[in-house]
Ligand binder design. Structure first.
Ligand SMILES: Nc1ncnc2c1ncn2[C@@H]1O[C@H](COP(=O)(O)OP(=O)(O)O)[C@@H](O)[C@H]1O
Ligand SMILES: [Mg+2]
Length: 309
């Protein structure tokens, strides 16, 4: 398995206070990996260690197989967004990107210009290319930071809250772009976000971090499956029918819990629902609808954070 990011037993203390307690996770090539957690969980600290901006107290944090030192060659294959946008207010949008493009060694003037224009179009800032960034809204700066992160054609993106401060339209733009970069160009993306809905829409795998410890790490599908109770909701044609079926269901051995709300019954089973369906047919239950509600990532996250385990 090719690991693009590998973090092993990572520990970080600030002035004797432990903020990362031995974190371990890996991100494979082409993954869109979400790093979730409440404020102060240690997300930014992890990204800064991955970037070589902070030294770990102990443990490993490798990107493309190496710890990122200041002058590491691998830096040129990585795109970054941190909490501050790293833009110059007195430069125009174009000049900002031009500055970074030169740092990355794009020497050919025509080629550099083409690439900058393409990126400005990609983040919908082309018509503002000659406006000084000092006049930009927070959302515009964030989009420009995103273009800046892509200037060197990176293979890996490390993004700390890339969509914070964006309006819904710009969020959508960045979201689609991330999905595209990951799917079509196989760019590996590691991002932190507070927006669980967003993470659920775009990420394949997530880690949930709290107080410097990983509470869960898995694909979103698995997390939801593991946290969803085997719950089935059944609506009947009227209340008499739901009452009749309720009296029957509550005595069945495989029914762990059973609640009736008017025409509806919700049942928790200790086996899959095929036996229940058979038995309902057997007693000629007059059913309107059967649903199996799935938890959202947000519900799983809140449950994990509440338990703190
Ligand atoms: N430079 C620092 N010095 C001391 N404590 C810090 C420093 N940076 C972060 N912390 C502390 O480390 C913890 C994790 O912070 P951070 O990684 O920024 O969390 P997150 O990004 O998940 O909100 C917090 O308790 C924060 O106060
Ligand atoms: Mg942070």
């Amino acid at each position: 398995m090719e690991w693009v990011i590998e973090v092993k037993n990572l520990v970080k203390d600030f002035n004797g206070k432990r903020v990362l307690h031995g974190i371990t996770f890996q991100v494979v090539k082409g993954d869109l990996f979400g790093y979730l957690g409440p404020n102060g969980a240690g997300k930014t600290t992890t990204i800064k260690i991955l970037l070589g901006l902070l030294k770990p107290t102990s443990g490993k944090a490798l990107v493309l197989g190496e710890p990122l030192a200041k002058n590491s060659k691998i830096r040129s294959r990585i795109g970054v967004i941190l909490e501050s946008d790293g833009l110059f207010a007195r430069f125009t949008a174009f000049e900002n990107l031009d500055f970074y493009a030169k740092i990355y060694g794009l020497k050919n003037n025509a080629e550099r210009k083409r690439r900058i224009m393409k990126l400005l179009e990609l983040v919908n800032l082309y018509e503002y290319r000659n406006v000084k960034v000092g006049h930009f809204s927070r959302g515009m700066k964030r989009r420009l930071a995103f273009a800046r992160a892509l200037i060197n054609n990176p293979r890996v993106l490390l993004l700390d809250e890339p969509t914070s401060g964006l309006d819904p339209e710009a969020r959508n733009l960045v979201r689609n772009l991330l999905t595209k970069l990951s799917k079509e160009e196989k760019i590996t993306i590691f991002l932190t976000s507070h927006d669980l809905n967003e993470i659920q829409k775009i990420c394949s795998r997530v880690a949930i971090l709290m107080n410097g410890k990983i509470l869960a790490i898995d694909t979103i599908d698995n997390l939801i499956k593991n946290f969803s109770e085997p719950l089935v909701e059944i609506s009947f044609i009227d209340e008499n029918e739901s009452q009749r079926v309720y009296e029957y269901l509550k005595n069945l051995t495989y029914v762990i819990d059973c609640k009736r709300y008017g025409e509806k019954i919700s049942v928790i089973l200790n086996k899959d629902q095929s036996k229940l369906l058979q038995d309902l047919l057997e007693i000629n239950a007059r059913i309107r609808e059967i649903t199996k509600p799935r938890k959202t990532l947000e519900e799983v996250y809140l449950e994990l954070v509440r338990r703190g385990c």
